[in-house]
Design a protein around this ligand. Structure first.
Ligand code: AMP
Length: 508
């Protein structure tokens, strides 16, 4: 890379020539490309005025707003490390992150100012600002008197741009350190692979404290010079209102389930849409099929994580391959993906094993956890994703990856390895079943026992003994659940991931 490796320099090069054009539209107002440059410059000047040491962290726990995006861009421009925090975290949780990351600056919602100030003082921050959902707050006020021009600082490819804490359903949450190069390289790959165009309109409804909404979605639109319709969250009425003028939507699987549940969601409404992307959690094959039948387009499912940004994608260009429901597609250009056994030997298509990855997009390590970092990388530099998957298998071509689950969700019962996904797929196909989650719970004889938690379709009374009978005749006995629990809804986090840890505690 020549010149400045700062991510903002790359993004800015994609802004349109006409900087008065609309870059971000909310239901209340619009922001031009000029304003993105100017507002982020003002905040960058403000932060630079604090004369913080290089690599200082800016921890941000605020509601989604265009100003929050500009705060992110300002940190990048000023060479500071952006550290977004899930807005659902409460004081005791935020305390862990601030203690671990020791940010120099903290930005929070004015509602949380009191306890945030207390925590910030305890953990050594020099400044606390507020930023509310409507864009107002002490940050905006202080930035208003700053210069609207800012020369983006010179960054090296490996300089840190962001720390993303993993959702950490087991053990301590870890801060994934992402560099300007990690983010830039992935943004460029996705720009090309998904065919981003200046006349795209992205319907942005994802949270921006997570890799999906902050990096994948926002970088995509900014780098393309494409307009974003910016909504705080999924709101079906708003989504239906804005879909006719949109061309790209990124969502977690539940977004698609909820859209399909609404009869107003039609092919006609999506006439300008060229791309529906799903990720962050597995998309049910059934949702993929229903969507294609209703809307006439296959959802593009992709796979990635906080530590690596995007890794694989189903093809955008349908001439280069089909989009296959139930798979996460092919390795992205520049990204290497392999499936290995526990000894590290590469497995043949159809064999299930550990997914490992390598590439310019892969993070350098976990913040202040050198040992954990060493454990998660192989000697030759592959990152152990913790996901279990397979290439091909059955009718699936060998260059398509399927994710079977997280390795920590693997069940070992009576010495047999059991992949929950296999049993979940079987259960989901039984009559009256909406979805399911299969977990392992401690068992005195088997080590672990298989337990299924099943959600019926609306109005259906499930007959669990008939379900067990069907399973007994359709799969090896050691895989058949010892218990089936029927519940109305699976516990999910904001990114749509089923929280198996909660189920394990509940049914242990
Ligand atoms: P996060 O770091 O919160 O983005 O979580 C990353 C994890 O989400 C991955 O390691 C996978 O376990 C899971 N994940 C992301 N995308 C998919 C997908 N398309 N299918 C299945 N699992 C996914």
């Amino acid at each position: 890379m020549n010149g400045n490796a700062n991510l903002y320099a790359l993004l800015e090069a994609g802004f349109p020539v006409d900087r008065t054009a609309v870059a971000i539209e909310t239901p209340e107002r619009t922001y031009s490309w000029n304003e993105i440059g100017q507002i982020s410059a003002r905040i960058a000047n403000l932060l630079q005025g604090l004369a913080l040491p290089a690599g200082s962290r800016v921890a941000v726990q605020v509601e989604k707003s265009p100003e929050a995006l500009m705060l992110y861009l300002a940190c990048v421009r000023a060479g500071l490390v952006y550290l977004p925090l899930n807005t659902a975290y409460r004081e005791s949780e935020v305390e862990y992150f601030l203690t671990d990351a020791e940010p120099a600056v903290v930005v929070c919602d004015s509602e949380n100012l009191e306890w945030m100030q207390r925590l910030a003082k305890k953990t050594g921050a020099v400044q606390v600002y507020t930023l509310d959902a409507n864009g107002s707050g002490s940050l905006t006020l202080a930035a208003a008197s700053q210069d609207q021009a800012f020369e983006t600082v010179q960054s090296l490819p490996d300089d840190l741009a962001a720390i993303l804490y993993t959702s950490g359903t087991t053990g301590r949450s870890k801060g994934a350190m992402l560099s300007h190069l990690n983010l830039s390289s992935n943004a460029q790959v996705l720009h090309k692979y998904w065919g981003w165009r200046p006349d795209d309109v992205l319907l942005h409804m994802l949270p921006i404290f997570h890799v999906h909404g902050l990096f994948v979605a926002s970088h995509g639109a900014l780098l393309a010079g494409a307009r974003m319709i910016w909504l705080p969250k999924l709101d079906i009425d708003q989504a239906l209102h804005y879909l006719p003028q949109s061309t790209v939507l990124m969502g977690v699987p539940t977004y698609y389930v909820r859209l399909l549940n609404d009869a107003r969601f039609t092919r006609e409404l999506c006439r300008r849409m060229r791309l529906f992307i799903s990720g962050s959690a597995p998309l049910l094959k059934e949702t993929f099929d229903d969507f294609k039948a209703r809307i006439g387009q296959p959802i593009l499912e992709r796979y990635g994580m906080s530590e690596t940004i995007m890794l694989t994608s189903n093809p955008y260009d349908l001439d280069s391959g089909e989009r296959l429901g139930g798979t996460v597609g092919q390795a992205l250009p520049e990204v290497q993906v392999r499936v290995v056994d526990d000894k590290g030997a590469e497995l043949a298509p159809g064999e299930i094993g550990n997914v490992q990855v390598r590439g310019p997009n892969v993070f350098s390590g976990y913040w202040r956890m050198p040992e954990k970092t060493r454990e998660e990388f192989t000697a030759d530099g592959w990152f152990r994703t913790g996901d279990v998957g397979q290439w091909g298998g059955g009718a699936v071509p060998a260059n398509y990856l399927s994710i079977v689950g997280r390795s920590k969700d693997l069940i070992i019962s009576g010495g047999f390895n059991i992949y929950p996904k296999e049993i979940e797929l079987f259960i989901d196909d039984l009559p009256g079943v909406n979805e399911s989650a299969v977990i392992g719970v401690a068992h005195p004889d088997f080590g672990e026992a298989v337990v299924a938690v099943v959600v019926p379709r609306p109005g259906v009374q499930l007959d669990t003994s008939a379900m067990l009978a069907a399973m007994k005749s359709g799969m090896a006995n050691f895989k058949v659940p010892k218990q089936i629990h029927v519940i109305q809804q699976l516990p999910r986090n904001t990114m749509g991931k089923v929280q198996k840890n909660i189920l394990r505690t509940q049914y242990s």
